[in-house]
Design a binder for this molecule. Structure first.
Ligand SMILES: Cc1ncc(C[n+]2csc(CCOP(=O)(O)OP(=O)(O)O)c2C)c(N)n1
Ligand code: SF4
Length: 266
């Protein structure tokens, strides 16, 4: 990248992270994936790990992450990203593999992979985007779909008698001893976005310090399949998703707490 002269350096307040390609996102207006991608890009830049990071994408609206991240990337089969990231990390412990997975991907077809990666305590990082629906395939019910929520496969709303109850992934995975850092954040306001970035950064730092499995769940809007306008989708998320999926840190082992104290918000 060309160097800025001192006047330009003073005036530029915001620009694309170096770890991201200069390419417009394909996401629908108001989709949360774009925000999460950008946060991951910023964190990769700030931790200076672009040459070591490998994005293991899975299947869903985030599938072509390799179009956007300027680090190495690999595509895995639907739900299998934690297994692929495990192999990369075990063969090349110096690399920094991270998975980027939707809730249909991670909490339905990929449940076994994420549970066992956490149980084994793999030293990898997972970014888990929960929009409570299958986005890419047209808005069918996901394991995280809320009770009474409309989807194209629960047109009268999800009913527990027929379709069971939503899965709380952070709560479930934090019971497994191999997990080091587990947090749930959201991106429905500027303050929430800042907190989300801190959690994503700590998750990567957990891996860099060899402390074990780190996962950040990001509650994210899918205005298209929720059938809500983009701005209203942020309010819908707060009203409907937050009660079911409370934000917070669900697992912070002592070593991660010490790391957090040491680095602060840097
Ligand atoms: C083995 C296999 N089964 C099913 C599919 C179809 N499929 C593609 S994406 C997807 C769900 C994606 O939803 P989610 O993971 O929530 O991501 P989003 O699109 O919402 O970001 C499904 C079921 C597939 N590609 N491969
Ligand atoms: S369908 Fe939903 S998750 Fe997919 S790009 Fe559109 S808003 Fe985002």
């Amino acid at each position: 990248m060309a160097r800025l002269n001192s006047k330009e350096a003073e005036t530029i307040l915001y620009q694309r992270p170096e770890s991201m390609e200069a390419r417009p996102f394909h996401f629908c207006p108001g989709c949360g994936h774009g925000i999460v991608f950008r946060l991951v890009g910023e964190v990769i830049d700030e931790l200076k790990i672009r040459e070591r990071a490998i994005c293991v994408a899975s299947i869903g609206c985030s599938v072509n992450s390799y179009e956007y991240f300027k680090c190495d990337g690999l595509e895995s089969a639907h739900g299998r990203a934690p297994a692929v990231a495990t192999a990369i990390k075990r063969c090349h412990p110096d690399l920094v593999p991270f998975t980027y997975q939707g809730d249909g991907d991670l909490a339905a077809i990929g449940t076994a992979e994420i549970v066992h990666a956490c149980a084994r305590g793999e030293n990898i990082t997972t970014i888990f985007v929960n929009n409570a629906i299958y986005g890419m395939t047209g808005g069918q019910m996901a394991p995280t779909t809320l009770l009474d929520m409309y989807s194209t496969s629960t047109t009268a709303g999800r009913k527990s008698a027929l379709a069971g109850y939503p899965i709380r992934v952070c709560e479930m995975l934090s019971t497994l001893e191999g997990t080091a850092y587990i947090a749930r954040v959201t991106v429905n306001s500027p303050a929430a976005v800042r907190k989300a970035k801190q959690a994503i950064k700590l998750a990567f730092r957990t891996q860099l310090a060899n402390l074990g499995m780190s996962l950040v769940e990001v509650l994210s809007p899918c205005p298209t399949n929720w059938r809500v306008e983009p701005v209203k989708a942020m309010d819908w998320l707060a009203e409907h998703m937050l009660p079911q999926y409370p934000l917070g840190e669900y697992k912070v082992i002592e070593a991660v707490a010490a790391l957090k104290k040491e680095v602060g918000n840097a």
